[in-house]
Design a protein around this ligand. Structure first.
Ligand SMILES: *Cc1c(COP(=O)(O)O)cnc(C)c1O
Length: 479
């Protein structure tokens, strides 16, 4: 399997491990496999048996082996076995489904170390990085910006990995107390938490500025773990397969997935699973008030928002103004026409801040050929949904999952059951909204007891790239 850029797929492709440590392709595009591997009915039946008898890590190895041909099979199995342990995910099954009535299921993806679905991909990424850095005898400095879930998932995944150190920028005072405690309580010299005097966009700009200094970037071996990383995406394909198998009894059944979405990473993995032949009838995309994507799927207009137009909501991990993975889907939607893709993303979007596919034949394929529908949710919807689900089933869902449940219930009449709503975080991370909805907080899982009281390890930094560079340069490289 070789990987090509969405903006120049004619160029010779690269093997998996060459793009593992990369974000964007050098031409500004995103990496995708030359073609998606198709699975047969026999393969699906084998995977069902494999999941049942040998568990999630074995399924992960089987799915990944279709995408990775430059890691020996035994090594790949070892990587998956280390990434997906009952110890890290609190259950032997790693993921699972439970019913919440009317043909709806929750797909549980948030049992990892940081209580959000990002652990599913990040834990695998941590093991892959360690393996590949060892093989190449080199080190990596991850520089990232986070408004919450990504940063903590990355830090917990890289913890104890000798060849990786992490510098994570956070907007000072803007994450939930739980999210701050989760990151700042980590006690490891290779993990440096930074509180920037600014907002999330300032943090992202700092990362861009420092990466723009190519000499500095090369000297300190800067890398990223952002959501456009191909390995993160393919890691997510695995749980679509696992949840499909958990929710069905035979391989002629189809399912619907509903996905609380921000950067289009999670649902892009669903799209890839569907293209491979996993029997998914519909992919329902749910947004919050930041409805860039819901607008596209309703109208064909993709209009990115400015900072001023990006709302701060109570499902903050979906507060995005432009969806960084969206280019991958559009590439497939327009029949992998790179000229057209460049026109849309490198020209029109840059010039106008939007593009409009409503008049094109491709747009009708969104639903008919690719199975996408979308809807959005508001703060009032989230609060009402959290309360209603708690009342109905006794289950407390987090605000992001609530956006998904709300949209799934809205569209229920036109969807084929079972409808699996992906649970993207546990409610413990977002107590303020839970208290607003229920009048009381959720019971806290034992492993998170008292984390706010642990010593905080965080460096305060002005919003200044030179100060950040000095901090990175002054922190010793790992071994
Ligand atoms: C990251 C995140 C999302 C959005 O996922 P995308 O892959 O960016 O679409 C939704 N919910 C939670 C809790 C998240 O952490």
């Amino acid at each position: 399997m070789r990987y090509v850029s969405t903006r120049d797929p004619q160029k010779a492709g690269l093997p998996f491990c060459d793009i593992l440590l990369e974000g964007l392709a050098p031409d500004g595009g995103l990496y995708l496999p030359e073609s998606y591997p198709l699975i047969s009915a026999e393969t699906l039946a084998e995977w069902r048996e494999l999941l049942k008898t040998q568990g999630y890590a074995a399924l992960a190895t089987a799915v990944l082996s279709l995408y990775v041909d430059d890691i020996p099979a035994d090594d790949l199995a070892g990587i998956c076995a280390r990434a997906y342990t009952a110890e890290k995910f609190g259950t032997d099954d790693i993921v699972g489904v439970t019913e919440i009535g009317d043909g709806l299921l929750l797909g549980h993806l948030s049992n990892g170390p940081t209580a959000a679905f990002k652990d599913m991909a990040m834990q695998l990424l941590g093991e892959l990085f360690e393996y590949e850095l060892e093989r190449r005898d080199r080190t990596l400095t991850i520089l990232g910006a986070t408004s919450g879930d990504t940063g903590s998932a990355a830090e917990y995944a890289m913890l104890g990995k000798d060849r990786v150190r992490v510098f994570m920028l956070t907007p000072a005072g803007r994450m939930s107390p739980f999210q701050q405690a989760q990151m700042f309580s980590l006690d490891d010299p290779t993990i440096v938490n930074i509180a920037v005097d600014g907002v999330f966009d300032d943090c992202q700009d700092l990362v861009k500025t420092v990466n723009g200094d190519l000499a500095f970037k090369a000297e300190h071996r800067l890398g990223a773990v952002n959501s456009i990383n191909w390995a993160r995406l393919v890691a997510q394909v695995i749980y679509y397969v696992a949840l499909y198998l958990h929710a069905t009894e035979s391989d002629d059944q189809t399912v619907t997935f509903t996905v609380p979405s921000g950067n289009f990473g999670n649902i892009c993995a669903g799209h890839i699973a569907r293209e491979m032949g996993v029997p998914i009838s519909t992919l329902v995309l749910a947004t919050n008030e930041n409805d860039v994507l819901a607008e596209f799927f309703a109208t064909g207009l993709y209009r990115v928002r400015g900072t001023a137009e990006t709302h701060e909501t109570s499902s903050p991990s979906m507060d995005i103004s432009k969806a960084s993975n969206f280019e991958r889907f559009i590439f497939d939607l327009i029949g992998r026409d790179a000229g057209e893709l460049r026109r849309l993303f490198a020209e029109e979007l840059v010039r106008e801040g939007q593009f409009d596919l409503s008049g094109l034949p491709a747009f009708s394929r969104v639903r008919d050929r690719f199975g996408f529908v979308a809807g959005s949710s508001s703060h009032a919807d989230r609060v009402a949904t959290i309360a209603a689900e708690h009342e109905r089933t006794g289950v407390t869902i987090d605000p992001h999952t609530a956006d998904g449940v709300k949209v799934a219930r809205d569209l229920r009449a036109e969807l084929t059951p079972p409808v699996i709503v992906l649970e993207t975080a546990l409610p413990v991370k977002f107590s303020q909204t839970i208290v607003e909805a229920l009048g009381h907080d959720v019971e806290r899982p034992e492993r998170f007891a008292g984390i706010e009281d642990l010593p905080r390890r965080v460096v305060d930094l002005p919003n200044d790239a030179d100060a950040l560079k000095a901090l990175i340069a002054g922190t010793p490289q790992p071994a």
